[in-house]
Design a protein around this ligand. Structure first.
Ligand SMILES: Cc1ncc(COP(=O)(O)O)c(C=O)c1O
Length: 380
């Protein structure tokens, strides 16, 4: 099946028991046994749930992986993935990852004996130099949040294979519609399904996709043992969102190109970050490894923080809010919102300046989006 068809038909659909075309929400904690020691295939919803299973199979197929797992949040998915490691292990992570990922790695996991090095993942020599005898995992985010930096996945996977390291990629921004990291040899894919996969800002959720039987068994064990799984209703909402993922992603991208080109020519804008622009540092790699460039555009305003505050207050169609990937356009200020958990000096070092604004370009008419930006600029 092709991607668009899988997005609608993957997994046990229509429902085998009832023929329901919409996957039923099996809103149950437990399942009655047929006999002592004999289930109908399901026993307890933390371990497995039929609604969740359809979502898990769908995401696994869209990513081209072995198995999928659905979690309560993107951070629950990441936390579970980190438990594949053990005390004393070392992880090399991109240094411009989502602020919550950085917080998990910097402020939570070290208490359990994990060690982290944060790097820009664009230089193979730099990555190899950071590898230590206890390094076990390379963690990538591409395009990264909020700088839209691009990692050359094949280059990183080559290094990982040479040193027998596990590669994990956060594919939240690109989605499998634009990027299928497993085709490049990545071992594990994680998602915040809160974003494009759900697409309607009515769920927080996460996912992990595995590539081997060993990883599948381990993630299934951890999900059940740690209880990090998603609820049936949230799974249903994400499933419904995924059905329209291909059409939404195409339109997100078309609108983003228009917004990026509009911003590029604007006298009050210092720089525009969108991997689809030829001027973007990672454009050539993005063009090679992705089918499209996504729906997030970041830019720096000239004129300091006061200008940023005024601009954000004046927006009308774009709402000032955390998150991204929904049908409604959102604007946010990474320094005080999504990346506030990164210390200021660290943000400065990686390039997340106080003047940076991140736009999640939605599916409204693009002229309403550019006109909204224009009227906000005119207030500066
Ligand atoms: C790239 C990325 N990964 C992970 C997460 C965490 O996901 P959640 O908010 O669903 O826990 C986010 C949230 O913004 C994100 O942008």
């Amino acid at each position: 099946m092709r991607f668009e068809t899988m997005a609608i038909h993957a997994g046990d659909r229509p429902d085998a028991t009832t023929g329901a075309i919409s996957v039923p929400i099996y809103q149950t904690s437990t399942f009655v046994f047929e006999d002592v020691g004999k289930t109908r295939g399901w026993d307890y919803s933390r371990t497995a749930n039929p609604t969740r299973k359809v979502l898990e199979d769908t995401i696994a197929q869209l990513e081209g992986g072995k198995a999928g797992f659905a979690f309560a949040t993107g951070m629950a998915a990441e936390t579970t993935a980190m438990h594949l490691l053990k005390t004393g292990d070392h992880v090399i992570s991109g240094n411009d990852v989502y602020g919550g990922t950085y917080r998990l790695f910097q402020d939570v996991m070290p208490a359990f004996g994990l060690e982290f090095t944060f790097l820009r993942m664009d230089n193979g020599k730099r990555i190899e130099e950071a590898i230590k005898p206890n390094t076990r995992m390379l963690w990538l985010e591409t395009p990264s949040n909020p700088l839209l930096n691009i990692v050359d996945i094949e280059m990183v996977v080559d290094i990982a294979k040479k040193h027998k390291l596990l590669t994990v990629i956060d594919n939240t921004f690109a989605t499998p519609y634009f990027l299928r990291p497993i085709e490049y040899g990545v071992d594990l894919v994680v998602h915040s399904t809160t974003k494009y996969l759900n697409g309607h800002c009515d769920v927080v959720g996460g996912a992990v996709v595995t590539t081997t039987d060993e990883l599948t068994q381990r993630v299934q064990f951890l999900l059940n043992a740690m209880g990090t799984c998603a609820s049936p209703f949230d799974c249903w909402l994400v499933l419904r969102g995924i059905e329209t993922l291909p059409v939404r992603m195409k339109q997100h991208e078309e609108n983003s190109f228009a917004v990026a080109n509009y911003l590029k020519g604007h006298p009050k804008v210092k720089r525009v970050l969108y991997p689809g622009l030829e001027s973007h540092r990672g454009h050539e790699i993005a063009k090679r490894q992705m089918k499209g460039f996504g729906g997030v555009v970041s830019f720096e305003l000239g004129g300091g923080i006061e200008g940023v505050n005024t601009f954000l207050r004046k927006l009308k169609v774009f709402s000032l809010a955390e998150s991204l990937g929904g049908v409604a356009s959102l604007a946010e200020h990474p320094a005080t919102m999504s990346h506030a958990s990164m210390p200021k000096d660290y943000r400065k070092k990686v390039g997340i300046t106080d003047e940076l604004i991140r736009l999640s370009v939605g599916l409204e008419h693009v002229d309403d989006l550019t006109e909204d930006l224009e009227q906000a600029f005119s207030c500066l």
